[in-house]
Design a protein around this ligand. Structure first.
Ligand SMILES: [Fe+2]
Ligand SMILES: [Fe+2]
Length: 295
């Protein structure tokens, strides 16, 4: 199926960028002053919502005493913050590359806010991980084949941003509202969500616009290739939420087998599908994906 090109309507994106820049100025924040970092953390607190645990629904999780579930929750939060740091490092590079390029100035102005906000997020996540866990987990992401024409590269960059931020935002919103969690954990999740809602509005708009403007000229092979790429990226992104080193740090002996079993477990497949549904419906209704991927 050939998709008709509709011309690049960057004026729409410029208008949205102006609006989002104003909102970013209004909500400009200083995370160095906003957060209290305790000397040490209490061990009998929840640091990650149990329903979102990468082991929830498994027999192993059900059999764990509460203390071990809370220990696991702490390391899952460290993993969640670590994967945010790695995602945001790639995001900063891609955003910086697109400053003052072939798009209207209003877009560059908003990209400055986007960049500044992502840098502050990394500072928060990095401070938490290094202060309390003494480490950031390394990234397990593998490099996907990147050799595209400019319009495909721009489209794929923003599509990746939307996927990454949609999944993260589900966790942020859920944990910000979860009254069982430690106040510091809730506050960091709330802070991140406040900025991400603007990033997602921008990301969805530009991703859709780039696809509508260029897909008609790409041809079927490229459109199919782009869809396969996004499917692979979605799988790779989800795999980051399952980390054998988290299970080891939580005191689970068979940590690698636990990792393999958790990924394949039916309740985890359902959890991934639920969390992904908002993101997938955007990609299907905008015509970018032909159908919702199975994760
Ligand atoms: Fe962020
Ligand atoms: Fe963001």
């Amino acid at each position: 199926m050939r998709i008709a090109g509709k011309g690049l309507k960057m004026d729409n994106i410029a208008a949205l960028s102006q609006k989002l820049s104003k909102a970013s100025v209004k909500r400009y924040s200083n995370p160095y002053l906003e957060f209290d970092w305790p000397e040490s953390l209490s061990e009998d607190s929840w640091w990650f919502s149990p329903e979102l645990s990468s082991l929830s629904g498994t027999a192993l999780y059900d059999a764990m005493p509460k203390e071990q579930k809370q220990r696991l929750a702490f390391w899952e939060l460290v993993n969640f913050f670590s994967l945010n740091i790695h995602g945001e490092k790639a995001l900063l590079q891609g955003l910086a590359k697109r400053l003052y390029s072939h798009w209207p100035t209003e877009i560059s102005e908003y990209l400055h806010h986007f960049l500044g906000e992502e840098n502050k997020h990394m500072t928060l996540f990095g401070t938490f991980c290094m202060r309390y866990a003494k480490k950031v987990y390394p990234s397990k992401a593998y490099a996907l084949n990147e050799n595209h024409i400019q319009s495909v590269e721009d489209f794929l960059f923003f599509a990746r941003v939307v996927i990454f931020e949609e999944f993260v935002d589900y966790y942020n919103l859920y944990m910000a509202k979860d009254e069982r969690l430690h106040p510091l954990c809730r506050a960091i999740n709330q802070y991140h969500h406040n900025d991400e809602s603007r990033h997602l509005a921008f990301g969805r708009k530009i991703t859709r616009q780039l696809f509508e403007s260029h897909a008609g000229d790409w041809g079927d092979d490229t459109v199919n290739g782009v869809r396969r790429y996004l499917g692979d990226y979605i799988q790779a992104t989800w795999k980051e939420y399952y980390n054998p080193w988290v299970y080891k740090d939580a005191g689970i002996n068979d940590f690698y087998d636990t990792y393999l079993a958790a990924w394949r477990h039916e309740s985890q497949k359902q959890l991934r599908q639920t969390i992904s549904s908002h993101c997938f419906s955007f990609f299907v209704t905008s015509g970018i994906l032909a159908e919702e991927p199975v994760v």
